[in-house]
Write a protein that binds this ligand. Sequence first.
Ligand code: FPP
Length: 241
Amino acid sequence: MDGNGRWATLQGKSRIEGHRRGKTSVRVIVEMSRKLRIPYLTLFAFSTENWLRPHDEVYALMGLLETYLIAEQPKMMRYGIRLQAVGDRDRLPANVRRTLEDVIELTRDNNRMTVVLALSYSGRDEVVRMANKIARKIGDGELQPGDIDEEIVSNHMDTPDVPDPDLLIRTSGEMRISNFYLWQIAYSELYVTPTLWPDFREREYHQALMEFQRRRRRFGRTDEQASEPARLNAGSGGSES
Ligand code: FPP
C-alpha cells in the first residue's frame, strides 16, 4: 500500500493525513474483496524498515491500525471475516498487539474470507523465523534434516494455512518487491499501477482484477498445456491448478 506520503505532499497535507486517507482505501478494498468473494487478501501495512520513520509517524500509524481494528471488528463478525497477521508482533506496542491478538482470536472461526495484515513484516525476517522454527524442531528431534522440503518450509512460514497469492498489486508505480512475501510470490502475477494508495479505490481495483483475468498462468508449463486463462486461487502452494 505505497504512496500515502506522496499523495499527502501533492495535496499539501501532512504524511499522516495521507495514511488516514490510506486507511479509507483499506476499508474500501476489504469491502470490495468481500463482495467479490475473494477468499484471501493480504495488506502490507507496516514493514520492519518502517520502524526507522520519525516517531510521530510511527505513533500515528499504530494509532490508525488500532482504531481500524476496533472499528472493523463488528463487521468482521457480521461478514465472517477472519483476521490473521504476519510479522514480528513482539515489536508492536503492547496495546496494538493486544487489540490485534483479541481480534485474531475473536474471528478465528470465521470462514468466508481471510484478511492478513503484514505488520512489522519483512520477507527476509519471515524466512529467518521459519529457519529458526525448523532448526528448533531438528534440535528437539521432532524433525530430521532430510525431512525438509517445500511443504515443510511452507508450513513453517507465518501463516501456514494461507495459500500463496495469485495476484500482487503494488501501488505508486515502484517496480520493487520491497521485502514483501518472498517465498509466497514465486508464481504470483505482478500488477504495478502508478495510482497512489490513497486513490486506489473500486475502479483501480477492478482494473487490476480485469488485467489479472487476461493473464495466462503457465506455472512452468507450455502455452498449449496451460490453455486456461488466469483464475483466482489457482496457484495455492505454488502448485499448478
Ligand atoms: C506506504 O506509503 C504506506 C505505509 C507505510 C503505511 C500503510 C498504512 C495505511 C494504509 C493505513 C493504516 C493501515 C491499516 C491496515 C488500517 P508511504 O508512506 O511509504 O508513501 P510514500 O512512499 O509516498 O512516502
